[in-house]
Write a protein that binds this ligand. Structure first.
Ligand code: AMP
Ligand code: ZN
Length: 115
């Protein structure tokens, strides 16, 4: 699967709806979360539509690794050495957009375990 016409993040990838884009890669895109939960809150997404991290990792392991390196590049560019990566996987743990995305969060103290 490459694009889902009903998917919000596919529309951002296609440029059909605007995103505050901070990084453009061949296979990934990173844009600021519309409802930031930290001073840095960026979403790194694959351009190809898959519903969650596990599906993306299965479909394209190299691209999935690129998500992690893109996340580091974004955090570094914004001046953060320390950051948290989150892949909500499934509605039961809070996934609301079913296009794989990695939350990159930084810039405030964070507790563990997460809420
Ligand atoms: P999740 O709950 O893990 O599925 O995360 C979805 C994220 O997408 C949430 O943090 C939302 O704030 C974010 N979001 C929803 N719509 C947009 C949008 N148009 N542009 C950027 N981020 C969005
Ligand atoms: Zn999509």
């Amino acid at each position: 699967m490459t694009a889902d016409p009903d998917c919000l993040f596919c529309k951002i990838v296609a440029g059909d709806i605007p995103g505050d884009i901070v990084h453009t890669g061949e296979r990934t895109l990173a844009f600021r979360d519309i409802n930031p939960q930290a001073p840095l809150h960026v979403l790194v997404v694959p351009r190809d539509h898959e519903p969650n991290a596990a599906a993306s990792a299965h479909a394209d392991p190299e691209m999935f690794a690129e998500i992690a390196t893109t996340a580091r590049a974004v955090a570094t560019a914004e001046g953060y050495d320390d950051y948290r990566l989150v892949f909500n996987t499934g509605a039961g743990v809070g996934q609301t957009v079913f296009h794989t995305h990695c939350h990159v969060l930084a810039g405030r103290p964070m507790t563990w375990p997460p809420g």
